[in-house]
Design a protein around this ligand. Structure first.
Ligand code: UDX
Length: 447
């Protein structure tokens, strides 16, 4: 099938490449000439495990092309996916200018009977608008469909090729059949293709992301309570997770969710609800709780140093909003770094892949270290923000040697409290009582 993806960002590039891998003839279109040139020369503009090889293989096989030309890309396509960005505007609502521009630009070249599939996360009602924008530019008859994506950064190819379900919103069964054809190679036994109305499909994406964001804010609140009542969130998490109605996923406490989806989608759905006269109490609280949670490490560090961080050196491990990505959008690390700098601390950071992106944002206000051990040099404390695998079993003796004091604030609960105390560290996680001696006690014991 000839398939076109409009937008070669995260979703468009992964989806298009995977459709090419299953034998379709895919053109990925982008208005950004530089991006298209890079892709045509074998480069990939984002970091996603396995993607570069897959892009190269399918491009070499002639199944995957990149273009800036709408006529070339749309003519003959049976399915056109809109995968452009939907950033939030000042009010928190999704800004549809890129979606509108994609719809209007493709209109003159659409084949009769083509299916225009909206994959960008858009407010309920947008697919109807897309139809209107296209119809204003052409008389060609086409189908509309909504096909929410559930890809996680860092695991996008796996998520795409082994989906839990595929959801499509349509007005017409024929359109659902075309989309189903494309997904069949990836749907293993018992994994459903669920067709529904367009508005319901649009709502599915928001409901899924908001449910997951709610779980995270909920467990973070539980963690904060645990700390105050001498309970251990790890035990509480296990105790509730074994209840099949609750489950274990997305119940890891941390430094707050970041990324390009959860924060934006929670606000966008809240804003949509308010527009329709519904006060979105839960969503607003989830957002607020998450914003507060992003301060949790700073508050702990600041309290530990009695509110005086001036001249203190703080090491930070992990800058991306989660492991296996270089994405720093809404990353909790940035909130922590800014608070530390404001308080007069010296900040030394390290991350396996996100340094370049942070450098573009923070310039020389912090020191960038290639190896995470180097970030610990002469540090008064280490803060762990992202749970990269390379941070899970460090050489603690070596870290201790490098640091000025053996003090760790762990935003991801990577280590065992008791062991950390035995190793001679002051160790504070999330939702746990701090373990080990505080700085004064360590000092006193050494005297
Ligand atoms: C998310 C959705 O999972 C995906 O279905 C949707 O299509 C896009 O948004 P993504 O933003 O890539 O994907 O990341 P995800 O792995 O879901 O993590 C989101 C954030 O939640 C991260 O900041 C992560 O650290 C945080 N998180 C996740 C927790 O704090 N605790 C958890 O238990 C799980």
């Amino acid at each position: 099938m000839k398939v076109t993806m409009i937008g070669t960002g995260y979703v468009g590039l992964v989806t298009g490449t995977c459709f090419a891998e299953s034998g379709n003839d895919v053109t990925c279109l982008d208005v950004d000439q530089k991006k298209v040139d890079l892709l045509n020369s074998g480069g990939v503009p984002i970091y996603e495990p396995g993607l570069t090889e897959l892009v190269k293989r399918n491009a070499a096989a002639g199944r995957l092309e990149f273009s800036t030309n709408y006529a070339e890309a749309i003519e003959g396509a049976k399915c056109v996916f809109i995968c452009v960005g939907t950033p939030q505007d000042d009010s928190g609502a999704a800004d549809l200018k890129y979606v509108q521009s994609a719809a209007e630009s493709m209109a003159p070249y659409l084949e009769p009977g083509a299916v225009v599939v909206c994959k960008s996360t858009v407010p309920v009602g947008t697919n109807r608008k897309v139809r209107g924008w296209i119809e204003a530019k052409t008389d060609t008859k086409f189908y509309s469909a909504s096909n929410p994506e559930f890809l996680k950064e860092g695991a996008a190819i796996d998520d795409f090729t082994k989906p839990d379900r595929v959801v499509v919103g349509v007005d017409d069964e024929d359109a659902a059949d075309v989309v189903h054809e494309l997904y069949k190679p990836f749907l293993r036994t018992e994994k459903p293709f669920i067709a529904m109305g367009i508005e319901s499909a649009e709502m599915v994406k928001y409901a899924a992301n908001c449910m997951l964001a709610t779980k995270i804010s909920f467990i973070n609140e539980m963690a904060n309570i645990c700390e105050q009542v001498n309970a251990d969130i790890n035990d509480v998490r296990k105790g509730i997770g074994h209840d099949a109605r609750i489950g274990f996923s997305f119940l890891f406490p941390g430094v707050g969710y970041g990324g390009s989806c959860f924060p934006k989608d929670v606000r966008a759905l809240a804003s949509l609800a308010a527009e329709h006269g519904i006060e979105p109490r839960i969503l607003r609280t989830v957002d607020e709780t998450n914003n507060q949670q992003k301060n949790v490490l700073f508050n702990k560090i600041n309290t530990y140093f009695d509110g005086d961080l001036n001249g203190k050196t703080i090491a930070i491990w992990g800058l991306s909003f989660k492991p296996r990505t270089d994405d720093i959008r809404e990353a909790p690390s940035l909130v922590l770094i800014n608070s530390l700098l404001e308080a007069g601390a010296v900040v030394q950071v390290s991350d396996p892949v996100a340094i370049e992106n942070v450098q573009a944002e923070l310039g020389d206000r912090v020191t960038y270290c290639e190896h995470h051990y180097d970030a610990c040099a002469n540090a008064d404390a280490l803060a762990i923000v992202t749970e990269w695998n390379e941070f899970r079993t460090p050489d603690f003796d070596y870290i201790k040697l490098k640091m000025k004091a053996p003090v760790i604030f762990d935003g991801r609960n990577l280590y065992d409290c008791k062991k950390m105390a035995r190793r001679g560290f002051y160790y504070a996680g999330i939702g746990l009582s701090p373990a080990g001696a505080s700085q004064e006690t360590v000092g006193a014991a050494g005297e």
